[in-house]
Write a protein that binds this ligand. Structure first.
Ligand code: DAH
Length: 360
């Protein structure tokens, strides 16, 4: 019977085509083409009505046989292909677990901030409060209220960055009209005396600006930490004890301090504090007798300015110098960082060289 031969041929050909297929999309196309609702094999069942009764059973049998075998072959091929495709996907996205990992770089505090925090923590431990003040300051807070004479050289255009000179009338504060980038954190002393109740125990770390060209020992922008104590019966002994403790905490317990008379407009008496040199141990020379270059052979390194708050400064801020006295100090943070770690050039702190910065 011709129709049986056709079915057998379709059956055989479909199995061969399935056998040769390497792609699941093509496989699906064959399924639709042969055994789908409108497929060629399905077509024989549909047209059964036109077939003579006595042939129906035989034709039905061959269609079902073909259908069962084709469907089984489709299933088997589908499983084989999806396993192969999965393997290919895994191979394509493979991770080589033997490669060393790329670790995340974790940042750290910059050395300047680390030292600033170390100083703050030290004074917090002594019961001080940490304050900040404005970096853009008026002449009053930066100079006048700190007893700076009208002709003090630091007030000059060559030393200070002015935002507005003293003709900018709209910026007038307490009769002083110039606006500038603060050259020292000492102005925070004045803010503290205005804003706070007595007694005062504060430090104030922050940025300051000076018209200096950057070189190994100068930067046009750097950091200071100011300190101010005002209470009853504060003496120069309190100043010395506090700053000696500060130096030993920061640089090490073996370090000594000394205080040399100096001049600052806002303190009387004033002093510069030196700390014994950490490179030569305060002797001024190295083991081979050579002069120590760190301290230039003196055995001492200047570290900060300090003094007893001048009675004029107390009075200008409305504090009775007969009742209260105090001491103040100002220390350069970059300078402390460089002395603590023997950094030879202040500019290294600002260059952003990771090989340098990672060491701290
Ligand atoms: N302001 C001074 C400077 O920039 C440092 C200083 C000296 C601050 C003596 C003080 C002080 O509070 O009492 O050089």
């Amino acid at each position: 019977m011709a129709i049986i031969d056709d079915i057998t041929a379709l059956h055989k050909e479909t199995l061969e085509r399935i056998g040769a297929i390497g792609d699941s999309k093509e496989l699906e196309a064959i399924r639709v083409e042969v055994v789908g609702k409108a497929g060629s094999l399905t077509g024989y069942l549909r047209s059964m009505g036109q077939v003579a009764k006595e042939h129906r059973a035989q034709i039905g049998k061959s269609v079902n046989l073909a259908r069962n075998e084709i469907e089984a072959a489709l299933e088997a091929k589908k499983a084989e292909l999806s396993a192969r495709e999965m393997e290919a996907r895994i191979a394509a996205s493979a991770v080589d677990v033997t490669l060393p990992g790329r670790s995340q770089q974790v940042g750290t505090r910059h050395l300047i901030n680390a030292i600033s925090d170390e100083i703050s923590e030290l004074f917090l431990g002594l019961g001080y409060t940490v304050l900040t003040g404005p970096e853009v300051e008026t002449d009053w807070y930066n100079f006048t209220a700190l007893n700076a004479p009208e002709d003090h050289p630091s007030r000059g255009l060559a030393d200070t960055f002015y935002v507005k000179d003293n003709t900018g009338a709209e910026t007038a504060v307490k009769g002083e009209s110039a606006v500038l980038l603060r050259t020292q954190t000492s102005g925070v002393q004045v803010h503290a005396m205005e804003d706070r109740e007595l007694p005062i125990y504060i430090i104030a770390p922050g940025k300051v600006y000076r018209r200096d060209v950057a070189d190994p020992s100068h930067l046009p922008q750097f950091h200071q930490c100011e300190g101010l104590v005002i209470d009853k019966n504060i003496t120069f002994g309190d100043l010395k004890g506090t700053l000696d403790y500060f130096c030993k905490q920061i640089f090490g317990p073996e370090r000594k301090t000394r205080f040399r008379a100096h001049y600052f407009p806002f303190t009387e008496p004033s002093a510069e504090a030196d700390v014994s040199c950490g490179v030569c141990g305060g002797t001024g020379h190295l083991h081979d007798g050579e002069k120590c270059r760190m301290c230039k052979g003196t055995g001492w390194i200047e570290i900060l300015g300090c003094g007893m708050v001048d009675p004029n400064v107390l009075e200008m801020s409305g504090i009775d110098p007969e009742e209260y006295s105090g001491f103040a100090f100002g220390v350069g943070i970059e300078r402390v960082a460089c002395l603590k770690y023997n950094v030879p050039d202040l500019r290294m702190l600002l260059e952003g060289d990771m090989r340098f910065l990672r060491q701290f």
